[in-house]
Design a protein around this ligand. Structure first.
Ligand SMILES: Nc1ncnc2c1ncn2[C@@H]1O[C@H](COP(=O)(O)OP(=O)(O)OP(=O)(O)O)[C@@H](O)[C@H]1O
Ligand SMILES: [Mg+2]
Length: 510
């Protein structure tokens, strides 16, 4: 090292990393370095190359470039080798086993065994897992089946798992996309304590508020190129957004007032055993109704019950004033109701099928129900291309498997799929989670436009600025009940929070 360098050797250096996929160069000679005990945020639009850079760090083959740890060049061939060298990745896409317990998931591949035997020491397993999950402020029984936990809690399990390897560097790829504010705070405490122990954290997020709170430095990628690295204290959100998009951004939350018409959706006394209690609501044409509530308040259950995904125990659903029977999603679709689910990977896409087939899936399903007769590839191509453009989905070809799109672009594809049927009622569960700032504005604009065309939209979101920005009216849920309604003009973050966290404290979940 030249003696002009005052700083000590960075813990990690990635130099000149190039990664190509068929039809796209995901990384173009990217340089990236991380100091010991630093929280380094990696940001950029959907498809910029963030996840790919981290996959290269944990063993994905690359075309060019070098990785140095504490100044020494290392060959990382797979994630085990990466882990041995002290690099742990919490991937963007969940990679846990839903059928196993929390404890087994945390220690998968590193199960403690009893002395002098190859049997798993379940006691030690559970003790260790309990300690780690307690550190994350995780309130569940570690013996519970992972698949029974909420997405947020599964995410915390994935982080606990990465910590068991005692990493020097931990990579978190969108760790907070399924977390509520309170859980984000807990995660931040964990990150601060890791930092205090000298552990470095690479933090990928689209939520710039979070990035500015937790990161020491920020690196921006755009179209696979390293645009810049700045100190958080010397930069601001606007500068980062401009580096990310390389152009001026449309205004956020472009809500335009639409003419509100007749009720298009009415729900009466809707209940789902143990989860949803006696919900009544009406949505009119052109209206966007926001559903606010803490995690577990019943937001997603409400949307699923309306759509026919959760079996309701009682209640009636009316579309355009006519009573409809929705017992399963097929019924929902037939009656003009679309649901864009929260867990898009689980419920939204067939990863091995191509983008065109995925986007046109519901549409051709409707066709099979007798509306259009048969599906037609050329027509499908036109339709899917329209939504790809509309939503700004970045891809090499409509024929590529949807699983090869970046995380955020997969989410846009799910949205596109449900929009193609032009429903009367659109139910959106966390529509912009994991979506970059530019695309988020595009989706909000699209929502406004669809409402303007007479669609009734119900949007559940944990992001209060999004609820406040986009809704004509806000319904607040707590413990499976509607506990309040606030008009757009009267809504503030404080007022919603008060309702969400106990305005309805008189009722008990049953
Ligand atoms: N297995 C693959 N096959 C083909 N292309 C791929 C594959 N994985 C990623 N890509 C492409 O590489 C580019 C970068 O993707 P990457 O997943 O790194 O983006 P990202 O910055 O993590 O985006 P997001 O915020 O949406 O998660 C994208 O254009 C993506 O389509
Ligand atoms: Mg990604």
């Amino acid at each position: 090292m030249p003696d002009t360098a005052v700083a000590v050797q960075p813990l990690l250096q990635m130099r000149g990393i190039t990664k190509r996929f068929p039809g796209c160069t995901a990384l173009k000679r990217v340089d990236f370095s991380v100091e010991k005990g630093e929280v380094h945020a990696l940001v950029g639009e959907n498809g910029a190359g963030k996840s790919t850079l981290m996959k290269v760090l944990t063993g994905m083959p690359r075309e060019e470039g070098e990785i140095l740890l504490e100044g020494k060049s290392v060959a990382i061939t797979d994630c085990r080798e990466a882990q041995r060298l002290g690099i742990s990745l919490v991937p963007q896409e969940m990679s846990l086993a839903p059928a196993l317990s929390v404890a087994e998931n945390v220690y998968m591949g590193r199960l403690p065994s009893r002395r002098l035997s190859c049997l798993v020491d379940f006691r030690a397993l559970s003790e260790n897992a309990k300690r780690l999950t307690a550190q994350l402020g995780f309130g569940y029984d570690v013996r519970a089946k992972l698949g029974d936990l909420s997405l947020a809690n599964q995410q915390l399990v994935a982080i606990a798992k990465a910590l068991t390897a005692n990493p020097k560097i931990i990579v978190m790829d969108e760790p907070t996309s399924a977390l509520t504010q309170r859980e984000v705070e807990r995660l931040f405490e964990v990150i601060r304590s890791l930092k205090a122990q000298g552990i470095s954290v690479i933090y990928i997020s689209h939520v710039l508020e979070e990035v500015f709170r937790i990161a020491d430095r920020i690196t921006v990628l755009r179209d696979g190129e390293h645009i810049g690295t700045v100190k958080t204290t010397e930069s601001n959100k606007l500068e980062i957004i401009q580096m990310m998009v390389g152009r001026k951004l449309e205004t956020l939350f472009p809500k335009v007032a639409a003419d509100v018409g007749e009720p298009v959706l009415e729900v009466r006394n809707l209940s789902v055993k143990g989860r949803l209690h006696d919900v009544n609501l009406a949505v009119r044409r052109g209206e966007i109704v926001g559903i606010a509530g803490l995690l577990g308040s019943g937001r997603s259950e409400l949307l699923r019950a309306i759509f026919g995904g959760d079996l309701k125990t009682s209640g009636e659903v009316f579309v355009d004033g006519r009573k409809v029977e929705v017992k399963c999603p097929a019924d929902g679709i037939r009656h003009g109701i679309s649901l864009v689910p929260e867990d898009r990977k689980e419920q939204g896409l067939h990863l091995a099928m191509n983008v065109r087939e995925n986007i046109c899936m519901v549409r051709s399903f409707r066709g099979k129900l007798g509306r259009f007769g048969f599906s037609n590839v050329a027509r499908e191509e036109t339709v899917s291309r329209r939504y790809v453009e509309r939503l700004g989905i970045r891809l090499a070809s409509l024929k590529q498997p949807v699983g090869s799109l970046s995380g955020g672009n997969q989410q846009k594809a799910v949205l596109g799929k449900w929009l193609t049927v032009q429903p009367k009622v659109l139910l959106l569960d966390e529509p912009t989670r994991g979506i970059d700032v530019g695309a988020k504005a595009a989706i909000h604009a699209l929502m406004s436009e669809l409402a303007g065309q007479g669609m009734g939209i119900v949007m559940a979101s944990s992001e209060l600025p999004e609820i406040l920005g986009m809704s004509d009216r806000i319904l607040v849920m707590s413990k499976g009940r509607l506990v309040g309604e606030v008009a757009r003009a009267e809504a503030t973050q404080e007022r919603l929070m008060a309702l969400m966290t106990g305005g309805g404290a008189d009722d008990v979940a049953g």
